[in-house]
Design a protein around this ligand. Structure first.
Ligand SMILES: [Zn+2]
Length: 312
């Protein structure tokens, strides 16, 4: 009896410790059918359990459609907790916007609770996760969070998309947009037609500069232009608060200002570190964005390499 009591106390305290941080997040209704949990803006660490993206869900006539269930099974469970506050309908589908693990590792929680849910992703997301990216992301999350994401298993999407699809799920239409290499080679954006809500994945970020190590700056600028042509009423970015179409303009201006200036100074034979202070001055509106100090230099080097490669 005593043993059982001790065991119970231990379990409860472990659960409290693990669940504490994620307890503080709640879904916000952003349109008639769409809810978003806005994740923190800092990088994965022990305290935030790797949670940093914007898990979202759509309540359709027959069930719930999830977009990007987050960085771990724990984040996925937190998302399911929030879904259950607004509906008893089951999760029937998931979209993973791209291969980066902070967006899709939460698939594990969905599959454990709703094994019949269809998980959709671009076919390159699926093949890259299968051929090693999945394991790398699991290990990266483990090391960045000092084990806080442990217990998460790789659950890959099975429904492969190319882009250009118009899917009917639960009586709602979802349009899938892919534009070659943008934030990665694997991105899909999802337009929920009924509410005119665009889920951009990491092709758009709000008040946070994000990793562009796998990106094409030119491709990312182009996919945002395609997004603007869709004229969404509401834009759910990969990171940062949801807003209107101005989010597309803000991030487009950042990328295009950066790219055009790197291109100009490249033509003037400046090195990437020589152009950095000049470009910093052009980006005054972004100095308060989270990650600016860490990412600007990397973005300039990345754009420089891309422009250099295009010049040959
Ligand atoms: Zn990403």
């Amino acid at each position: 009896m005593r043993k059982l009591y001790l065991f119970t106390v231990l379990i409860i305290s472990v659960q409290t410790a693990v669940a504490g941080y994620l307890d503080g997040f709640h879904a916000e209704k952003v349109s008639s059918h769409v809810y978003v949990i806005h994740g923190p803006l800092e990088l994965p660490n022990e305290n935030n359990e790797g949670f940093m993206n914007n898990p979202a869900f759509v309540i359709t006539d027959d069930g719930v459609v999830v977009i990007d269930p987050g960085s771990s099974v724990h984040t996925g469970n937190m998302l399911l907790r929030e879904i259950r506050k607004v509906t008893e309908l089951p999760v029937i589908a998931v979209f993973d916007t791209h291969v980066h693990g902070d967006h899709w590792l939460g698939n594990d929680a969905i599959q454990r609770n709703y094994p019949d849910a269809d998980i959709y992703a671009h076919h390159k997301t699926i093949s890259m996760i299968d051929s090693g990216e999945g394991k790398s992301w699991l290990e990266l999350m483990h090391s960045m969070t000092k084990g806080a994401t442990d217990g998460t298993h790789i659950v890959n999407a099975e429904e492969a998309l190319n882009g250009g699809e118009a899917l009917s799920i639960g009586g709602h239409q979802f349009q899938v947009i892919h534009h070659g290499q943008a934030h990665t080679v694997t991105d899909i954006m999802i337009l929920h037609m009924k509410d005119n809500v665009l889920f951009t994945g990491d092709n758009v970020s709000n008040k946070r500069l994000i990793r562009m190590a796998d990106a094409s700056f030119k491709g990312n600028i182009e996919i945002i232009e395609a997004a603007k042509n869709l004229k969404p009423a509401i834009v759910v970015p990969g990171h940062g608060k949801t807003g209107g179409a101005e989010l597309l303009d803000n991030y487009h201006t950042y990328l295009s200002t950066l790219y055009s200036n790197v291109s100009k100074y490249f033509d003037e034979d400046l090195s990437d570190f020589e152009m950095k202070p000049k470009i910093h001055v052009e980006l005054t509106n972004y100095h308060d964005w989270s990650g600016y100090e860490d990412e600007l230099g990397k973005h300039i080097s990345g754009a420089y390499l891309e422009i250099e490669a295009a010049a040959f």
